[in-house]
Design a binder for this molecule. Sequence first.
Ligand SMILES: *Cc1c(COP(=O)(O)O)cnc(C)c1O
Length: 350
Amino acid sequence: MYYQGLINKYRAFLPVSDKTPVITLNEGNTPLIKAEKLAEKIGADFEIYLKFDGCNPTGSFKDRGMTLAVSKAKESGSGAIICASTGNTSASAAAYGAKAGLKTFVIVPDGLVAPSKLSQALMYGAEIISVQGSFDRAFDFVKQICEKYPITLVNSLNQNRIEGQKTGAFEIIEALDDAPDYHFVPVGNAGNMAAYWKGYKEFFDLNKSKKLPEMIGIQAKGCAPIVEGRIIENPDTLATAIRVGNPASWQSALKAKDESNGAIDCVSDEEIISAYKLIASSEGVFAEPSSASSVAGMIKLKNQIKSGSKVICVLTGNGLKDSDSALKFANSKIKKCPANIDEILKVMDI
Ligand SMILES: *Cc1c(COP(=O)(O)O)cnc(C)c1O
C-alpha cells in the first residue's frame, strides 16, 4: 500500500478529524536496524536496535511532530508559524511551512547551528533571524512574540508536536511485536523523551504491547540541566542539537523517567564522538553527533542492562546534517594522489 505519512497511518490515535488538512511529506516509517556488529564490539549480551529517525524527509525526527503541528495550524486558519531552533526544528518547520503555504519564521542562536540545517531552511524559503546568545534566549524571544501576535508556535511546547512524535513508539512496537525493555533517547528540550513515553503508554493501554520500556534520557555533560538539577546558563557541547540549558519539557521528561523506572544521565563529548564513529563504521549508519548520545549512553550504562533484553537507541538526526563534524572526526582521511595508475596502486597498497 502507498504509504502516506504518519497522520494517515495513525489517524485514530491523533487529534485530527476529517476536516484537518493533512500536510505531509510522508514522514515516519523509518528503519529499525538491528545492530549486531555494534553489540559484538561493545560486548553486549542484549539486542540493540537503532531507530534511525534521521531518515525522515528533512533528516530528523522533528518531521513527526511538524506534520501534525503544521496541519493543525493550517486547520485553525493560522497564516504563519514560528520556532526557535538548534537547527533541525527550523529545517522541518520551513519544509512543512512551504508545503502548507504558511509564512515561516525561525530564530536561531548565531553561530551555533550546523550550516547544512540552515541551508535547508533557506531553500524551503523560511525567514531566518540569527541572534546572539543561546538557544534558550532565542526561545524566549519566540515565546514573547507568540504572546502578542497570531503566529503559531511550532516548538515542542506545542502539544501537537508531542502527539506526532509519539508515533515513533508505535512503529517500534509494531516492528518488535512488543515494546522494548530499554529506550535510550537524546535529550535537548526533552520533548522527544516525553513523546516516546506517551506513545508507549498509549499502545500498552490498548493492549498492543505487553510491557513498557525503561526510558533513559541522555544529555551532554557540558549541558546536562536535568542531571544536575539546575538551569545551565552557558551550555557547552559539540552536540549542538541538544545544547539546551533550560528544557521546555523538563518536568515531562522527569515524569517519563520516574513512571518508567528509568534514568536521565549524561555523556561527554568524547563518548559522543566515539559512539558517532562506531555506529557509522560498524553498522553503516551515519547519524549526527547529538543523535549518537543515545548510543553513547547505552554504552556507558551497558553493565546495568539485563542480558537478553531488547534495547532501542533513537538516532534523531542524519549525519549529513553536520558534515563538518564528520570530516573532522572520521578516522579515514582523503589521500591526494597524482593522476597516475602506479601512484594510485601505491596508495592502495595492494
Ligand atoms: C531536536 C533534537 C534533539 C533533541 O530533542 P528534544 O525533543 O528537544 O529533546 C536531539 N537530536 C536531534 C538530532 C535533534 O534535532
